[in-house]
Design a protein around this ligand. Sequence first.
Ligand SMILES: *Cc1c(COP(=O)(O)O)cnc(C)c1O
Length: 376
Amino acid sequence: MEEPIFRDTIVKVDLDIIRDNMMKIRAMNGDNVAIMAVVKANAYGHGACHIAQTLIDSGASYLAVATLTEALELRQVNTEFPIFILGHTPDRLLKYVVDNNITQTIFSFRQADIINRFASEHNKIAKVHIKVDTGMHRLGQQPSNNFANEILKISELSNIEMEGIFSHLALVDDAEDENQFQKFCSFVDTLDTLGIHFKYKHIADSIACVDYPQYRLNMVRPGALIYGMHSFHINYIPVVPAITMESKVSQIHRIKKGECVGYDYKWKATRDSTIATLPFGYVDGFPRELYNKGHVSINGQFAPVIGVICMDQCMADVTDIPNVDCETPVVIFGSGVDGSMTIGEVAKLLESNKNDILCRMGGRPPHIYLNEKEHN
Ligand SMILES: *Cc1c(COP(=O)(O)O)cnc(C)c1O
């Protein structure tokens, strides 16, 4: 028997759309460019452990996460597949990276030495990718003779494979992107002349791999693209959002003109009104910042969310919408054609980006997967 779904507020993820987006990304990048599929932040709210197999089946060469915790969660559902940690792992935790055959980002001989020690104790070859700072000053070392020498020393460690080298673009403008790219390439060339070669070289995230084909090198790291987000501006790829969030009305209130709704009585009825209580709040990924800005779609019609958004609930004005009752379906985030807000619209309203809005859905609401394929 199938497990019941314990809530009316759900996040739906269409795996066919994820598959389709992956096919488009692969077709665009060609057969010589490996895809490192980024599934950090619970796969941008889509559920990393649930979509991992779909990404693997669609031709990903690597799954990338931000933290060790995320890597270990993925390892539980997939014992073999290459997993990469994009972020820093503290020295004291590097043994878990080695134990679980996870590929780690490093940028110093010190880190490599620690990893090498654990790896040799367990007769393993641990894989690492070297992070180069080409301007963003987030993670990695800037190209220098010292850094090159450190990398040379790392290459002499017997239980480390320097499988990759990478950098990340700050995406300031086309000229600075090119500047960063050139810095990266020239450092890779320097290492090449020192006899240090890497299987994978990568710098392009979603935006860069669409807009700058020449930056793809032999690996790209798309996140947003897999989830159908359009943020590129020079070229185009028709990826489609795979996520929707839905709910059902929990209660109807009929209130008199002059009465108020919600915390601090922030919304006041200017006429006799019908108010629908909705069973989701900011902890479910409906941003609290949508106060006075957000709306949902009920019976295909625009329903403004009114008053302060609570942790677990919010209220909508449905005075002008016929036939709204307890359990009437509500579309929270959708395609836009049904009158619901798209992720892009919410991002604009919040003056944030789409990734921020997406990953907020990765917490409490149950996730339902459409078009799941059976695996033997
Ligand atoms: C998050 C991240 C990505 C993916 O970014 P998108 O914009 O979602 O494609 C790629 N590389 C690094 C280092 C990241 O942190």
